[in-house]
Design a protein around this ligand. Structure first.
Ligand code: UDX
Length: 459
């Protein structure tokens, strides 16, 4: 079976390399010739642990190739995976389906032997049926071209493992014949015990958005309780540990902090609201609006906390450690850390940034910040340090070593990764998300709002 992968972004490049690792002949297509050239030389244009090795291995063996030609792909492949992006539409927050539709159209026009098209992109419910029509209208009369949907659940930083041994496989199919094709593609995972759920198109499409909406809800749930412990007292980390011990709740995705970002969670919860609206179901997905708002409030909270700890932001020197949306990634799409850095810059602060992998991407989006090559360079002369991505390097920071490199002992832990008592014992003032801002002082609600107001307007 020959496999093609249309779109070689994060998802597609990973899928293509992993399919080659599983023993298939693979041809990846991208409309960007630069990307095709890079991948063809075994160069991965983003950071993902373990993937560069797989890419090089299979480009070198000849099992994995890349092209820009739909003609070549259509004449060669038996199973065509569509992995192009569905970015957020600026106009209403819905999913921009133009890349998916154009990939399906181009494939259908160029396929010259019987084939199965398998969508992997995250799409609004109803897409597969629409694409089936597009394929019927555009395919050549003498070939049979069918469609199935197979959502992808890979996490950045774990993309290879999540693709080769996922938690589960979900396929939306309209015939047992198509199910058999996909069972053959995933035979190794299935033999290893990975459950496969074969269902209809709509369920398969919805599983992906429902999973991401649930994860986003869990994170915003704990962050909403952070808002309470920040005012009423308490420690959100202990609260999360305690409720997480209930097996029905579980501890994962209950880490409070600056909230979720990245290329999936924020856009997916917005797109599903727009789709629900189109279906006349605004209220069903209306709670996700609040989930989004809670998440965005975390960013504003860090700005207010910075202002409260410094007295003012204008011309104050702030160091930001971590600019990606999560560790082990160079991705800054919808990154809470980069958003906070921008907000502080807009309020007049002088912002230095260090990230182990994300500086270059952040610079491309927001070059006004001072990007530094190490923690030491970033914190030099800083009056306040913000830890905004939980890279191991930052978890291992020593309060005494850092104190010797900077000018004032003030730090905000935006990810709840530092041992507060150790840092406070070393003379640091630690602002956190999920504890009172001034842990040693008993304050009334009125005092809290006065302090917030006197330290500037909420952003
Ligand atoms: C997510 C889904 O997990 C994955 O299944 C889907 O295919 C794509 O979207 P990813 O975007 O790689 O994957 O990141 P994930 O690990 O889910 O984290 C998302 C965001 O939530 C990150 O910004 C992370 O920092 C944040 N997060 C996660 C929290 O703030 N708290 C947590 O407890 C967990």
């Amino acid at each position: 079976m020959r496999i093609t992968v249309i779109g070689t972004g994060y998802l597609g490049a990973t899928h293509a390399a992993c399919m080659a690792e599983l023993g298939f002949e693979v041809l990846g297509l991208d409309v960007d010739p630069l990307r095709v050239a890079q991948l063809s030389q075994g160069k991965l244009p983003f950071h993902e642990p373990g993937l560069p090795e797989l890419l090089r291995k299979h480009v070198n063996s000849g099992r994995l190739r890349f092209t820009s030609s739909y003609q070549e792909v259509g004449a060669w492949g038996d199973v065509h995976f569509i992995s192009v992006g569905t970015p957020q539409r600026a106009v209403d927050g819905g999913a921009d389906m133009s890349f998916v539709k154009s990939a399906a159209t181009s494939l259908a026009r160029n396929i010259t032997k019987d084939a199965l098209i398998v969508g992997k992109s995250t799409v609004p419910v109803g897409t597969t049926r629409q694409l089936r029509e597009i394929i019927r209208d555009n395919k050549r009369p003498n070939v049979s071209v069918n469609i199935a949907w197979n959502p992808e659940f890979l996490r950045e930083g774990f993309a290879v493992a999540d693709t080769i041994t996922p938690d589960r496989l979900v396929i939306g199919v309209e015939s047992s014949e198509h199910e058999e094709v996909l069972r053959a593609v995933y035979a190794t995972a299935i033999a290893g015990g990975v459950p496969l759920i074969a269902t209809d198109f709509e369920t398969a499409e919805l599983v992906k958005v429902a999973a991401n909406a649930f994860l986003a809800t869990k994170i915003s749930f704990i962050n909403a309780f952070s808002e309470v412990t920040e005012v009423a007292g308490g420690d959100i980390r202990i609260l999360a540990d305690a409720i997480g011990l209930d097996a029905r709740i579980g501890r994962s995705f209950l880490n409070a902090g600056v909230g979720f970002g990245g290329g999936c969670l924020p856009k997916d919860i917005r797109a599903v609201q727009v789709r629900a609206g189109e279906l006349g179901l605004e209220r069903s997905m209306g709670f996700l609006r609040e989930i989004d708002q809670i998440n965005l409030r975390r960013r504003a909270r860090v700005v207010r906390l910075s202002r409260a700890m410094l007295g003012s932001l204008s011309q104050r020197k702030i160091a930001i450690l971590g600019v990606t949306f999560k560790p082990d990634s160079d991705d800054v799409r919808d990154s809470p850390a980069l958003d906070i850095a921008k907000k502080l810059f807009d309020e007049g602060a002088e912002v230095s940034v260090y990230d182990p992998a994300g500086n270059a991407n952040a610079f491309n989006r927001f070059p006004q910040l001072n990007y530094m090559g190490s923690v030491r360079d970033a914190v030099k002369d800083a009056e306040l340090i913000l830890v905004l991505t939980e890279w191991d390097e930052f978890k291992a920071l020593s309060p005494d070593v850092l104190a010797a490199q900077t000018s004032s002992r003030k730090i905000i832990d935006g990810r709840n990764i530092l041992d507060f008592s150790m840092w406070e014992a070393s003379g640091w003032s630690v602002g956190s998300l999920g504890r009172r801002w001034w842990p040693n002082t008993v304050v009334s609600r009125q005092t809290v709002s006065q302090l917030e107001l006197s330290s500037g307007p909420a952003s």
